[in-house]
Design a protein around this ligand. Structure first.
Ligand code: SF4
Ligand code: SF4
Length: 433
């Protein structure tokens, strides 16, 4: 087995042996500095994804753009060898990500209204169909407009599920339901359903032969030999859906999504009463990315085993691990609240801050535990947003990011009491005391 590399950098001509600096940079960069630079780049990739989606809706923030430029420049050869400053830049990345998530949320609300809770049918309701995956709500809206009156049914997949909660999208009768769960099941789901498919953004995976001739992407999402929809001209996709004909109908189930800040705030008095009466003991945010690692069974086990006097806020595609569970409600307050896509972490943050106001306490004094599942770089940006808010005692899993070495982990544990998800029942016991 190859030993774990201390670092890896091959971005300049000085690189060791012309192959890569793996122990220490020829420039003098030490492993933790190299890794903190990688960390910063990953967080900036996440910020860029949200920034791009907000820009598509016409929203811009020069502070965010300037941070991205400064952050990238800081990772250039012979610029920044200071670990403390690179941690500070990580925290600034977190702050920039809060700004960009807020901007995207406001842009989504301006375009499509504030989400309202809605029950979404899961399963085929027949019809010639298009399955839409990814995060781009504007793309979905344009597709809904283009397919009106064609008889084509539009189904969401994965992170498109929350689209059903937006009044400006839910008003289309042919937006009929959801097929499948998180991005991880797309090979299975897209093979199973005889529909045309549109990948609007990440996360798309290399298609199987079974559906390679009926998948399209758009914008930044690209797949080898897969046609790209340009300028919202969906005609090739529509033609493909009509050519494929009807999908067989099947029995459907339902899941609920679409909780916005206003809906939760309308429950504020009731939540206060329930907390003061000891009927709600703790709030959890359990969310983030899904992935294929079997250790991700943790998240279902965690939510399933939570005491009945707890409330779970969730978001992003990690929720598909447990969003079929019926957790019921506590005197009208739902115990499982789906806030939307990963960028809707900003709604969870706004709810947490509203609860702080409600109870007159600081963030870390709230009975609130955050349990993050991470897979890709948006989750890195979100982690640093929560660290920038000085949120203590968070759990992260199912594995520690590979670029975090012992020195970085010690810093995160000592400064933020960050914990790695372990055994679900034991973790619950530790949290509930
Ligand atoms: S920047 Fe430094 S660590 Fe990276 S390849 Fe050049 S010499 Fe090596
Ligand atoms: S939440 Fe993360 S993993 Fe899931 S679809 Fe969105 S970007 Fe991909």
């Amino acid at each position: 087995m190859v030993d774990k590399l201390d670092m890896f950098c091959y971005q300049c001509s000085q690189t060791a042996r012309g192959e890569g600096c793996t122990v220490r940079g020829v420039c003098g960069k030490v492993p933790t500095v190299a890794r903190l630079q990688d960390n910063l780049i990953y967080a900036m990739k996440g910020i860029s994804a949200y920034n791009y989606c907000a820009n598509v809706l016409g929203a811009r923030d020069t502070d965010v753009d300037e941070f991205l430029t400064k952050g990238l420049y800081s990772t250039l050869t012979n610029v920044n060898f200071d670990a403390t400053d690179l941690i500070q830049l990580g925290l600034e990345a977190g702050e920039a990500n809060i700004k960009v998530m807020k901007m995207l949320k406001e842009a989504n609300i301006a375009a499509f209204g504030e989400p309202e809770p809605v029950e979404v049918k899961v399963g085929s309701q027949g019809g010639p169909a298009i399955i839409v995956t990814g995060h781009d709500l504007k793309a979905l809206e344009e597709l809904l407009k283009a397919t009106e009156g064609t008889g084509i049914k539009i189904y969401t997949h994965s992170e498109m599920l929350p689209a059903h909660g937006y009044p400006g999208l839910n008003k289309y009768d042919h937006l009929v339901g959801e097929l499948g769960g998180s991005w991880c099941d797309q090979k299975e789901i897209f093979s199973k359903y005889n529909a045309a498919i549109l990948g609007t953004s990440n996360c798309v995976v290399i298609p199987k032969d079974e559906y390679a001739d009926r998948i399209f992407t758009m914008d930044v999402a690209k797949l080898p030999d897969v046609p790209v929809i340009e300028d919202y001209d969906f005609q090739p996709l529509i033609d493909k859906a009509l050519e494929l004909g009807d999908m067989p109908e099947e029995e459907t189930t339902t899941i609920t999504t679409g909780f916005g800040l206003s809906t939760i705030l309308s429950l504020a008095d009731k939540i206060k009463e329930l907390v003061e009466a000891g009927k709600i003991k703790r709030f959890f945010v359990v969310g983030g990315c899904d992935g294929i690692n079997p250790k991700r069974a943790y998240y279902r086990e965690f939510v399933e085993n939570l005491p009945e006097d707890t409330v779970v806020l969730t978001l992003a595609c990690g929720k598909f691990r447990f969003n079929d569970l019926d957790l019921g409600d506590i005197e009208g307050v739902p115990r499982l609240i789906d806030l939307g896509q990963c960028n809707d972490t900003i709604v969870a943050i706004d709810i947490a801050l509203a609860l702080c106001d409600l109870f007159g306490v600081e963030l870390n004094d709230l009975p609130l535990t955050i349990v993050l599942s991470w897979m890709e770089q948006k989750a890195v940006a979100i982690l640093w947003s929560l660290l920038a808010l000085n949120k203590q005692d968070m759990y992260i899993g199912p594995i520690v990011p590979a670029w975090i070495n012992d020195e970085m982990l010690t810093f995160l544990v000592d400064t933020f009491n960050l914990k790695v998800c372990g055994d679900a029942k034991e973790d619950i016991k530790d949290i509930m005391g």
